[in-house]
Design a protein around this ligand. Structure first.
Ligand code: SF4
Ligand code: SF4
Ligand code: FES
Length: 319
């Protein structure tokens, strides 16, 4: 047995003006999970400690919380892997959510974004048009298997820095789930779904890979890339800045081996969008004042052919 110290975030939105912390100690095997340690703390020390849980098996998605600064499932995290330098385990509510009571958070923004997707099949034809079920080939199903494992734990959402600065961003889980229907051959609303997720700021994803830490290996970041590729392939919402930016960035790198920033600004804002370009003027002036004004033209680097070969091998579409 080991002495497990839990440094618990305490807050009750109906009572407390500010949060405080409690140090709670329980005796358990050191390999016990953080969730079991919390259960013991609640049962033996303080019954008012609040947290969500159900399955204890990384299936229900309820027990995501911040454990020593990293969002993870408490039922999948052994205590002896996360003890901090003070010999304790700090447990906090997930970031990017409003705390409600201790480790319980308001999940509404996460669910609202998910609900906006209309997360159910909407076939173009009628059930009566099929003799039996709607068949999907193993090849088509393979694309959906990983993302269908999503347990809606919101770990990825809590880890996303774009959600923290722009709450309107759909977030990684919702975009990954949009992919699940966009790529389902039984669904009849592919373009509408791509348009919807584009309106929900798909293109704000900064590709930081923070959401790659997913307890169910959904890899939401890779699914975000897939949805962006689908948008470009199907030419949906191509007048938005996001796809224009992605295309002009890849185009200038393919042409020159460098990021041609002046061309990127013109291509993203729109060469003839005078109002939009004028809005970038303050930024340009600040850059000029710091001596960081990008050159108007960029010459190709000596081995630019090798860069182009990489693009061709990846079959990245370039307009
Ligand atoms: S994608 Fe992964 S981390 Fe995000 S909600 Fe689904 S299971 Fe959780
Ligand atoms: S890759 Fe995109 S969605 Fe994932 S955490 Fe980073 S910004 Fe958020
Ligand atoms: S309790 Fe269900 S995922 Fe942890």
């Amino acid at each position: 047995m080991a002495e497990i110290k839990l440094d618990v975030f305490r807050y009750d939105e109906g009572v407390d003006a500010v949060p405080h912390r409690d140090l709670v100690t329980v005796d358990l095997p050191e390999t016990t999970t953080v969730l079991d340690a919390l259960e013991a703390a609640k049962a033996q020390v303080d019954g008012s400690i609040s947290f969500r849980r159900s399955c204890r098996s990384a299936i229900c998605g309820s027990c995501a919380m911040n454990i020593n600064g990293v969002t993870a499932l408490a039922c999948k995290t052994p205590c002896n892997t996360v003890t901090n330098e003070n010999g304790a385990i700090s447990v906090d509510p997930m970031p990017n959510f409003q705390p409600m009571k201790d480790l319980v958070v308001h999940m509404d923004p996460f669910w609202d974004k998910y609900t906006r997707l209309k997360p159910y099949l909407q076939p173009a034809d009628r059930d009566a048009d099929h003799d039996r079920e709607r068949r999907v080939s193993p090849e088509d199903m393979k694309k959906l298997v990983a993302v269908a494992n999503c347990i809606m734990c919101a770990t990825c959402y809590a880890l996303c820095p774009v959600v923290s600065v722009d709450p309107a961003f759909a977030g990684p889980a919702a975009i990954a789930y949009a992919y699940r229907f966009i790529e389902d051959v039984r669904d009849g609303r592919r373009d509408q779904r791509i348009a919807q997720i584009s309106e929900d700021y798909l293109w704000l994803c900064a590709h930081c890979y923070a959401c790659s830490y997913c307890p169910k290996h959904v890899d939401p970041h890779d699914r975000i890339v897939d949805v962006k590729r689908a948008a470009i392939k199907d030419r949906v919402m191509m007048n938005e800045r996001g796809p224009r930016h992605a295309l002009v960035v890849s185009k200038t790198i393919k042409q020159t081996g460098m990021l041609a920033e002046t061309e990127v600004i013109l291509g993203t804002v729109g060469r003839f969008n005078i109002v939009g370009l004028l809005k970038t003027a303050p930024l340009g002036l600040r850059m000029a004042a710091k001596g960081k004004m990008p050159p108007p033209f960029v010459k190709p680097i000596p081995k630019v052919d090798e860069v182009r070969t990489i693009f061709e091998s990846l079959e990245v579409p370039v307009s």
